[in-house]
Design a binder for this molecule. Structure first.
Ligand code: HEM
Length: 429
């Protein structure tokens, strides 16, 4: 967490409330000092730039996540549909694709539950046990590719490909198509970033339409010849005689499984390695005692601190008061999961990387309530196996001597490093 610059801390501490926007790219990349101030002085802060209500305290975020009737996840106007609003060229690109529909993440119960039940089983801990050897083999293969170099760019060479390979195999996409999946994931992330210019929006729109056509072809294949992958489960889903899902519904679910799972797990893995490098005393403890319990503690503390799904949208369906602030109906709010994970009333010394916390699993990195992360068990398993394999095979992890300090990407919803150049000593067995 030490990419915080002195300037940004001073700015976040001194700028009068109401005059700074948490959506400023530098504050998105480096929100720690601002979060501490918002907890103390403005637990519900209306961003003057966007009008979004930022809800930052742990208890308020939990209450919000549990009250899906007041805080809806259906966000009219968010997604690719809204991109075209004032640009005929964009509209023409998107017209080649499929309409944006709200499913799990962007839907409320009871419809949200209906979509989830089609895929819940595939991500239940019991189904994931069988996946463990594949995750471990993938982690080892990725390390084989760079171990002799004594260094790697961890995000691109491990953080991204590990979850991408695992989820592609689960969805049922051939592994040679991974580069395209990566490109499409980036397009969806770009769309969420809130930082695109006109050219960027068009590029992203083209990529998303390409994603849709690729997957509709795969979906039609599974309609004719079902297998036991997620694609088959989604396209052939019909419970109690319900209508099968439309192409647009299937695409929405598949894009969520792809995007929600890849970038977040990649960010958590990468920040985990960066945290170990920055905290030699904790790193030494875990090297000396790489027991299941220690690695489990590492996974949970990395999830709390990294909180890759930093902010999520909600829309108020009625007027509501939070922490003494009246929020009108139809307001857009942010459930600030990452900020809540830095709330000192729940996590004393919240910026410390502390594997001995008594309440390690109380973090909100996976959200709470009906939208609690579908892939929580999968990403916990990916992180646990990855950290174990890395600790076994790469010793003396450090920032590469010629690397500049890693930086976090400015993104309104997601938090993660833009890269991490590391060096290490290969462990010879
Ligand atoms: C470290 C990794 C991950 C983090 C930090 C994370 C975080 C989250 C959070 C905070 C939510 C709740 C959003 C809300 O309340 O609006 C969520 C939901 C979701 N996540 Fe994850 N996630 C991770 C990995 C995954 C993986 C591997 C998958 C793949 C299956 C996945 C798929 C989903 C889906 C589909 C939802 C929506 C569930 C619903 O609304 O019913 N996530 N995730």
């Amino acid at each position: 967490m030490t990419t915080e610059t002195g300037d940004m801390v001073a700015f976040a501490e001194r700028c009068p409330l109401g005059q700074f926007s948490p959506m400023h790219p530098e504050l998105l990349a480096c929100p720690y000092a601002m979060n501490q101030r918002l907890h103390r002085e403005a637990p519900v802060y209306r961003d003057p730039a966007s009008g979004i209500y930022m809800i930052s305290r742990y208890d308020d975020v939990v209450a919000m996540a549990m009250d899906h009737e007041t805080f809806s996840s259906v966000m009219p106007g968010v997604g690719t549909g809204s991109m075209a609003a004032s640009d005929p060229e964009l509209e023409a690109i998107l017209a080649e694709g499929y309409p944006n529909v709200s499913t799990m993440l962007t839907q409320d119960p009871p419809l949200q539950r209906r979509y989830r039940k089609f895929v819940d089983g595939a991500f239940a801990p019991a189904s994931l046990k069988a996946l463990e050897p594949f995750i471990e083999a993938t982690a080892n293969e990725l390390i084989d590719r760079f171990i002799e170099r004594g260094r790697c760019e961890f995000l691109e060479e491990f953080g991204v490909p590990l979850p991408l390979t695992v989820i592609a195999s689960q969805i049922g996409v051939p592994l040679e198509d991974l580069p395209q999946l990566r490109k499409w994931t980036n397009a969806f992330i770009g769309n969420l970033s809130g930082q695109l210019d006109d050219a960027g929006r068009k590029r992203v729109a083209r990529d998303i339409v390409e994603f849709q056509h690729y997957f509709v072809t795969r979906m039609n294949e599974r309609r004719q010849q079902p297998t036991d992958d997620i694609l088959s489960k989604v396209v052939n889903a019909s419970i109690d005689g319900e209508q099968p899902l439309s192409d647009a519904e299937c695409l929405s679910m598949l894009s969520q499984i792809l995007v929600a799972g890849n970038e977040t797990t990649a960010s958590a893995l990468t920040e985990g390695i960066w945290l170990l490098i920055q905290h030699p005393e904790q790193y030494a403890r875990i090297r000396n005692d790489p027991s299941d319990a220690m690695i489990q503690a590492l996974v949970e503390e990395v999830l709390r601190i990294s909180s890759p799904s930093a902010n999520m949208f909600r829309r108020t369906t009625r007027e509501v008061e939070v922490a003494g602030v009246r929020i009108p109906a139809e307001s857009i709010c942010f459930a600030r999961f990452a900020a809540a994970n830095q709330d000192a009333t729940r996590f004393p010394e919240p910026l410390a990387f502390d594997l001995d916390r008594q309440n390690l699993r109380e973090h909100l990195a996976f959200g709470r309530g009906v939208h609690h992360c579908l892939g929580a068990a999968l990403s916990r398993r990916e992180m646990k196996i990855s950290f174990r394999v890395i600790l076994n095979r790469l010793d003396n992890l450090r920032l590469a001597a010629d690397a500049s300090p890693p930086q976090f990407a400015p993104n309104a919803l997601l938090h993660g490093l833009t890269g991490l150049e590391i060096a290490f000593d290969p462990v010879r067995s």
